[in-house]
Every structure is written in structure tokens, then in C-alpha cells.
Design a protein around this ligand. Structure first.
Ligand code: FES
Ligand SMILES: [Fe+2]
Length: 424
């Protein structure tokens, strides 16, 4: 493992097609890649189409309840077999020569099979290529690496935090409002490292929102911490340090609070945190917040939880898919309001996103070529600085009691360089 605290990803990796090819092969080819939420395919035959790195895939559910992730590419000539972004079907019929695949990817029918193909033709080996699928707290991941450690092992101590985020309520969470997808400028890693734990940009990049009061009492004394685990995953949480802050800042309906199904530590983690955001390496980002503290117009305490999937398009652009998750047992009115705040505050055209995407664009514009390439990015924030806060609970992982630190970004850089086989 790289131990140099100033290790940095070379600028060329934010710009060069060659580096991206390697990322597709290693980072996206060997990791558990986030695909979607199981509530997107509740019934047999339901499917969505997604990307898994450079590869188009279909996530589907079969009669037996199993979720499959398979290459959306016909085994005859490679045509995409599914053109829609979601739907329900018993089969996928290729538009070119008409081969038919089942919801599990098996090849079910070939036009002219008896008359035009000989005895050696074996449909059994011509199903769509299947990825290994793993689900955790409703989150669906897939990997092409048959020998990768299983999903829970790869999540390590991050699993504890994901349980606190996505298993708080006994009824579980579900996607509300579908998936929103936009293509934006900037290398994909910039977006991922922002969510990994960048508390440092808040008061500068999002200054307008503090000035406008949209952030409410978030502008007051805020403390926080970051936590990271070896496989590159990390999270940042902040909470209000002011006297007189309520014991719980969850922002859910009273009836739902009774269905909280969590141990004391998980409950404290959620009750005391006003904002929690983070990422599961390499491409799942998440944020949850209780907008009670986001200005008077928030109309009371309405929390939201958002997921994002990040997919590189080319070195200078990435695709972002956004989802809002709501407790399955919440009232329809509450779900709608949570969806509204999620979209308004952190959706593709939101206050926050306008600021962040502009900075991602400017990073791309500032990349330059080989001349600028010798200037490494800097990740020294927080090194040898005294920790100042104590989270009001204890949890696993490497906790740094100071949220204005790049400890999580350094963790991400280490994991990335290790996986890419690059000296920092
Ligand atoms: S490419 Fe799909 S059937 Fe020919
Ligand atoms: Fe931001």
C-alpha cells in the first residue's frame, strides 16, 4: 500500500484515454460496481438498463425472485438487446436477427435454428454474459470478477454505516420518482472524491446558499467527522454543536419513528447527524440529511436520502444517475415532500449541484496538457492537525474526529493507485 501522505493521482489520469481504459479494466472491471436499487425491479420480469463501467447491462428479476445483471449485448453480433431504460418483459428479442433471451439472460430462441444451424450449434453456451450479483440493504452491486471477495467482505466496516443509512426502518426503503440521468463535464473521479468527504468546499463553493439562508442553522457551529475503510469506501457526517439542539434530528414522520429497527449505536449515529454523505468505491455516492436545518421554507422536518451512480463516459465527461429513497412505510404525502427536497436541493438542477458541477467543469478546463501535468493535486488537508470533535457515538472504521480533512480523499487515492498499479 502507498504510504506517502502526499500521494496523488497523476493529472494525466483525469485526461487520458489510456488511463480510462485501464480504469475500465481494473477499477470497473474488478470491483463491485453499484447498479441500482432492488425496489426498481419489484416484480418478476421487471428490468432496468444501466452501465457497468463501459458496458451496457440489464438488471432484471426472474420468477424465482433472483436479480440478474447481464451484458446488454447479443451473443450473435453484439447488438443491444434492450433499448428501453425500464419495463417488464418475459424475453429480450434482438432487433437484428431475432435471437430471443430470457429474463435471466439464457438464449431461448433462434430463428431458423433447426433448418439453418447444424447439430454442433449449442444455445446453452450463448446466453448473455452474466455478472456476479450481490445485494446489501437493498443496494444492488455486480462484478465481472468471479474470484473477487464477496460483497460484504469487500464493504468491510462500511457495511455498519450502510446498515445505519439503509436499514433504519423495519419496512426498508424504496426508490421514489424513478432514476434521473444527466451527462456532465469533468472526470468521474472528481465527483466521487467530492462525495468521499469534501467538507472543505462547502462554505466557499456553496457560499451563496449560506448567504441566502437556505442552509438555515447549518451555518452555525457545525462539527463533524470522517470515517474510511481500506477498500476505498468512506463517509463524512456533520452535526450541530450548538447548545439546545434537539436530541434527534431525523426528519421523519412520527409514525415512522416507531418502526425504527436499529440498535442503540446506529440510532445515535442517525439521530445526531444532520448530514451524512459518502461513497462506496468506486461509483456509489449517497447523501442523507434532515432539512429541518435547511431554512424556514423546508416546511418542517423532512429528511431525504439520495443515491448517485457515477459512470465515466470519456476522460472529460461522466454520467450521473440520481435516485431518491424513501421509507416504504411513509405516507404518500411525506414521500412526495422528501422527493421534492431531494430534487430541489441535490438533484441535477439543484442549488448544490449548480455550484458543484461548475467546479467540476472548471477542474476539467484547468487540466491543461503535459505542461500542467507535472503539477500534482494536493491532499494534505488535516495532516498532523489536532482532532477537535468527538462523535456522540462510537462506530467502526478509521474515524477522524475532524471533518475538514482530506483523510478520506487520501484513502481513495491510495485504493485507486493500488488498483491501477501506479506509484503515487
Ligand atoms: S445480432 Fe442479435 S440476433 Fe443477430
Ligand atoms: Fe458540494
Amino acid at each position: 500500500m502507498t504510504t506517502d501522505p502526499s500521494a496523488s493521482i497523476p493529472r494525466s489520469h483525469y485526461r487520458d484515454g489510456e488511463a480510462l481504459e485501464r480504469e475500465f479494466a481494473t477499477v470497473y472491471g474488478e470491483s463491485w460496481v453499484f447498479i441500482g436499487h432492488e425496489s426498481e425491479v419489484p416484480a418478476a420480469g421487471d428490468y432496468v438498463t444501466r452501465s457497468m463501467g463501459a458496458n451496457p447491462v440489464i438488471m432484471s428479476r426472474t420468477e424465482d425472485g433472483a436479480i440478474h445483471v447481464m451484458l446488454n449485448s447479443c451473443t450473435h453480433r453484439g447488438t443491444e438487446v434492450c433499448k428501453l431504460s425500464y419495463g417488464n418483459t418475459t424475453t429480450f428479442r434482438c432487433g437484428y436477427h431475432g435471437w430471443v433471451f430470457g429474463a435471466d439472460g439464457d438464449l431461448k430462441g433462434v430463428p431458423g435454428r433447426r433448418s439453418l444451424y447444424g447439430p454442433s450449434f449449442d444455445p446453452g453456451r450463448l446466453g448473455l454474459r452474466k455478472a456476479r450479483v450481490g445485494t446489501f440493504c437493498g443496494l444492488v452491486f455486480a462484478t465481472w470478477a468471479q474470484d473477487a471477495p464477496d460483497l460484504v467482505e469487500s464493504l468491510g466496516d462500511m457495511a455498519w454505516y450502510l446498515r445505519g443509512l439503509f436499514e433504519l426502518f423495519s419496512g426498508g426503503l424504496e426508490v421514489h420518482g424513478g432514476a434521473h440521468t444527466v451527462d456532465v463535464r469533468g472526470n468521474w473521479k472528481i465527483h466521487v472524491e467530492n462525495f468521499a468527504g469534501d467538507g472543505y468546499h462547502l462554505k466557499n463553493a456553496h457560499k451563496t446558499m449560506f448567504d441566502l439562508g437556505v442552509m438555515g442553522t447549518q451555518a452555525g457551529a457545525v462539527d463533524g467527522f470522517v470515517v474510511n475503510v481500506p477498500n476505498g469506501h468512506s463517509l463524512r457526517a456533520q452535526y450541530l454543536a450548538d447548545e439546545g439542539v434537539p436530541e434527534a434530528v431525523l426528519g421523519y414522520e412520527d409514525a415512522l419513528l416507531e418502526s425504527i429497527d436499529a440498535d442503540e449505536q446506529h440510532r445515535r449515529f442517525r439521530e445526531r447527524s444532520t448530514v451524512i454523505h459518502g461513497m462506496v468505491y468506486p461509483n456509489l455516492l449517497f447523501i442523507t440529511t434532515a432539512p429541518l436545518y435547511f431554512g424556514a421554507d423546508a416546511d418542517g422536518a423532512v429528511a431525504f436520502t439520495q443515491l448517485r451512480q457515477i459512470t465515466p463516459i470519456d476522460p472529460h465527461h461522466h454520467r450521473v444517475t440520481y435516485w431518491t429513497l424513501v421509507p416504504r412505510d411513509a405516507s404518500p404525502e411525506w414521500k412526495s415532500r422528501s422527493y421534492l427536497y431531494s430534487t430541489r436541493q441535490h438533484g441535477a438542477a439543484s442549488f448544490f449541484e449548480a455550484d458543484d458541477l461548475e467546479n467540476f467543469r472548471r477542474i476539467d478546463a484547468g487540466l491543461g496538457d503535459a505542461v500542467a501535468g507535472v503539477e500534482p493535486f494536493n491532499y494534505e488537508l488535516g495532516i498532523d492537525v489536532a482532532e477537535r470533535a468527538t462523535p456522540p457515538w462510537t462506530g467502526p472504521g478509521r474515524i477522524v474526529r475532524q471533518d475538514l480533512t482530506e483523510a478520506n480523499q487520501r484513502n481513495l487515492v491510495r485504493r485507486y493507485l493500488e488498483q491501477m498499479g501506479v506509484e503515487g
